[in-house]
Write a protein that binds this ligand. Sequence first.
Ligand code: PLP
Length: 389
Amino acid sequence: MSSEPLYGTPRVHRDPIGPLVAPLVRATTSGQPDTEALRACGAGERSGDFYQRVGHANGRQFESLVAELEGADGAVAFASGMAAMTAAILTFAGAGNRVLIAEEIYGGTSGLANVDLPRFGVHVERFSSLDLSTLDRALQRPARLVVFETPINPTLRVIDLRAVTDRCRELGVLSILDGTFAPPPIQRALQHGVDLVVHSATKFFGGHSDVLAGVVAGRHALLTSIDGFRRRTGAILAPDPAWLLCRSWPTLPLRLQAQQAAAMELALRLRELVGRGPIVGVSYPGLPEHPDRAVIERQMSGGGCVVSFEVAGGLPRARAVLDGFHVIARAASLGGVESLATLPAFTTHAALDAAARARAGIPDGLIRVAVGLEGAAILFEDVVQALAH
Ligand code: PLP
């Protein structure tokens, strides 16, 4: 893993004179100085505020922060992570096109792949990102794009970005990564050849469990098309959540650093219980024995902020442990300042039966903890007392 300091993340650049926080502009439309300006704005020949669905100051501020963080030409922000992923796919794939979507992907994206894309005539083929020979086979026929995720939820396996993007680039296939679980500087996906990185900004970028948002970052040529799709379909991020995301930005590196350090410590402490109690195994990309260690060293600067562990006794025991938490909230999502726990068997992977979950490496006793800012000692104590229930 690189030793790049988390504090090196770009901050919001402020003029120290005048209001230190950008104003929130809720106006849906802006008066133009003359008819020619109105015409030029409408024709897209002139930038600036015109109509909120086309773009607005708070959204642009958030997009430029994401672009800078990702080292991208730009970014396009949406009303949710799923709106961002939908736009990234549907901008480039339509009826008759083949798209390749990893089995190991967020449940919402799986739903889009299985239910909606086929309704629009898009041919969806799933592959296993854990076995890239399945991608090689799928790429033997023309495809428009590949969608995958790393680190993978909830197993926290890590996929080799270069291995996927080199294959795609050689064939002119677009690569789209869901990078939600490891935002920069933990993982700089675009530097590893990914064409478009999508984030649920609801998670770490928002960071306070009070904003729903999504964003796509990449090269200008691709983003111009995505921006056009957003104008036509209308899922733009609104000014209020955009303002909140900018509010969250200066603390992003601090939150990531503290949450990641706590996740590492929690994983190490939980690992000490393996074989000596009810914990069967711990999965965390920061652990030296992680099966994808070599890939992690190449493409991540830390293990991230999510830890999964398996308790003996399957679903009944995992339920009891979850019910026993006093500090860790039983809640979906991740990336906020509060630690949250879920049972993947009941949430993201409930649609699979126990055997299919086991094949995907998700035992029923698996508990996912998204680590917040309470501190590792408090979280460990909470797990230990819950295990005693
Ligand atoms: N991708 C991942 C990995 C997620 O965890 C989520 C939400 O949980 C999404 C995408 C969808 O984001 P949103 O809920 O902002 O639409």
